[in-house]
Design a protein around this ligand. Sequence first.
Ligand SMILES: [Zn+2]
Length: 178
Amino acid sequence: MDIVFNCPKCEQELEVDSTGAGSQIECPNCQETIVIPHAGTDGARTAGAPASGSIPTGGIPTLPPAQASSIATSAAAKVEMHLKVPVHNKPVTTLIARTLKPLEVTARESDKKIRVKTIRHTDCIEVGHDTFDEVVSNFLQVTGEPNIISITPMSYTHADIGSQKLLTEYAVMIVYRG
Ligand SMILES: [Zn+2]
C-alpha cells in the first residue's frame, strides 16, 4: 500500500510505501526534510490497491527487457518517484547520536603522536648542581608510564668552554606518545 501526500513546502505530490510512514525523507523537488505521514492522517491518502504484479522498489534492473518495457508506460512515473525519494530507515537524530561518541574517542587518541625527547646531561647542570636525574624523572612522571615507548642511553662529545677540552657526556633519548 502506498501513501500519497503533498510536500508541505512545495506541494509536490509524493508517493511512498506505507512502511515508510513516520520516516524522514528529502523532498526530491525542493530538498525540504519532511516526515512521511501515516495513512489516513491529515493530508495523507492511500493509493489504490496495488496493481497485479506490483513492482517492488528497486526491482526494475532485475526485470527482463520485455517486462520492463511493458511497465514503462503505465507505472514509470510512479516508480520513478519511488526511486527518487530516499527513505531514511532511522531518524536522523539517532544516527548523529550514534556516530558522535566514537568520533570523540578517535579524535582524542589521534591527538597523541609519537615524539622524541632527548635530555642531555650538559643541559642539566646548574652551577655545580647536577639535576639530570631529576629532569629525567620529572619528564617520565609527566609523560606517564603507559606513554613511554623506549628509553635509549646515548653518549656524545661535548666541548667544555671553561677547560677547552672535549668531554664525553651522556644523554637519554625517550620515545613517547604525547
Ligand atoms: Zn518539496
